[in-house]
Design a protein around this ligand. Structure first.
Ligand code: S3P
Length: 446
């Protein structure tokens, strides 16, 4: 499932203003859903057929790991991916280290699966993933009976000694994290009895939705005091499915914000995954004065059209963060072109993403002539009503969303904006550069 891709060949890239962005932007399949579709397909009985699976480095890393664990995954020339699963508890000991590359979601969800398989496996990742914390995932999985050894500070590589006697737990999520929630629920698949996860603040619910689709015994109740209660009865076989994976709202965010910032632009994205757990950015942009039209289409997806808008600053509450956690880099770009200050609150989790995004966003904006402040867990971006000067070279710190966000900024600024490493874009959106060029944007070597 390798993908020849422009961004991988050109390491240093810059964008410059080149007139309006017009047209229909092609957006790849949703990354969160793609990881889960491959994982659940590998745990199901029979052949799962996936249409629109994201073909990007993160998903290819998860697919490779699942193949090492015994699943059969084949991509046809028409893009359809077929997964032959091994049944719940049916994965087998890998003969090599599982290298998840940059895929934090892949690593954490697989840890959940592996915790309740009776064999030893080792998970590793690239330089960036090896810096990211795993202790929060390890803790509940050890309560379920697994032994997990990590480097100091809970970092990868991790050795997972899966238990042959899994214990169902009832687990209150200490932080709003869909990865943590999913790791525990997935560990519950091969555990007798009821595994319960209690989620005080809603995070993306693709694991629950897809498990239901694959025939898992999963029940969700909402309590006023506790929030969402997810109950999974383990040792129930999953049945293979045919799935159509919608476009990724987190990837759609880039051309949408680009259209808002470049005068005369109008851009549409179609078939975007619609979920209240992922819609925080679009709500925020509308609050900031964005002209965004969202229409429901078939299969509970949405079409979104955005056009050039005069934006103003906003105070974004911490409660909204779980519903737009991956969108702060591109929101900060929009804020840097708005009139007045934008305060983004409750961003402690941003410090442990693909980079420390609180710092990388502020550093990149400063290099492009924007004033910022980091106040504990909040980021303040001071906009001056229109694009900043640009002209900076932005360090991506191996972070795909930082790379794409700053290339979007360069489409609006008087001086070009350069990034030091475009290869990271392939993590989630290999067609990003083509997409921007098709809309009329100019991207070239630095
Ligand atoms: C994801 C959950 C979020 C998000 C990540 C994808 C998922 O992470 O930032 O990009 O697919 O479950 P957390 O669960 O750590 O908040």
């Amino acid at each position: 499932m390798d993908n020849p891709d422009k961004s991988k060949k050109l390491k240093c890239l810059s964008t410059e203003s080149n007139g309006p962005l017009i047209g229909h932007a092609t957006i790849p399949g949703d990354k969160s859903i793609s990881h889960r579709a491959l994982i659940l397909g590998s745990m199901a009985l029979g052949e799962t057929t996936l249409h629109g699976l994201l073909d990007a480095d993160d998903i290819n890393s998860t697919a490779k790991a699942l193949v090492c664990l015994g699943a059969r995954i084949n991509k046809e020339s028409n893009g359809i991916v077929r997964v032959n699963g091994r049944g719940v508890g049916g994965l087998s000991e890998p003969s090599d280290i599982l290298d998840l590359g940059n895929a934090g979601t892949g690593a954490r969800l697989l840890m959940g699966i592996l915790a309740t398989h009776d064999f030893i496996s080792i998970i590793n990742g690239d330089q960036s993933l090896r810096q990211r914390p795993m202790a929060h995932i390890v803790k509940p999985l050890e309560q379920m009976g697994a032994q997990i050894h990590t480097r100091d500070g809970g970092r990868l590589p991790a050795t997972i000694i899966g238990t042959n006697n899994p214990i169902p737990i009832s687990y209150h999520l200490p932080i709003p994290s869909a990865q943590l929630k999913s790791a525990v629920i997935l560990a519950g698949l091969n555990t007798p009895g009821r595994t319960r996860v209690i989620e005080p603040a809603a995070t993306r619910d693709h694991t629950e939705q897809l498990l239901r689709r694959f025939g898992a015994k999963i029940q969700i109740t909402v309590s006023e005091d506790e929030g969402k209660i997810i109950d999974l009865i383990g040792l129930t076989e999953l049945q293979a499915q045919e799935l159509f994976i919608p476009a990724d709202p987190s990837s759609a965010a880039f051309p949408i914000v680009a259209a808002l910032l470049v005068p005369g632009s109008k851009v549409t994205v179609s078939n975007v995954a619609h979920s209240p757990t992922r819609s925080g950015l679009f709500e925020t942009l509308v609050d900031m004065g964005a002209k965004i039209d969202i229409t429901r289409s078939e299969n509970s997806t949405v079409d979104i059209t955005a056009e050039f808008s005069t934006l103003h600053g906003a105070d974004i509450p911490a409660e909204r963060a779980p519903r737009m956690i991956d969108e702060y880099p591109i929101l900060a770009i929009a804020a840097s072109c708005a009139q007045g200050s934008t305060i983004m609150r409750g961003l402690s989790e941003l410090k442990v993403k693909e980079s420390n995004r609180l710092n990388t966003i502020a550093e990149g904006l400063n290099a492009c002539g924007v004033e910022t402040e980091i106040l504990k867990d909040s980021l303040v971006v001071h906009g001056k009503g229109g694009p900043p000067s640009g002209g900076g070279v932005v360090h991506t710190h191996h972070d795909h969303r930082i790379a794409m966000s700053f290339l979007v900024l360069g489409l609006a600024t008087p001086k070009p904006v350069a990034i030091d490493d475009s290869s990271v874009i392939a993590t989630s959106f290999p067609g990003f550069i083509d997409m921007i060029e098709e809309l009329g944007g100019s991207i070239g070597p630095k």
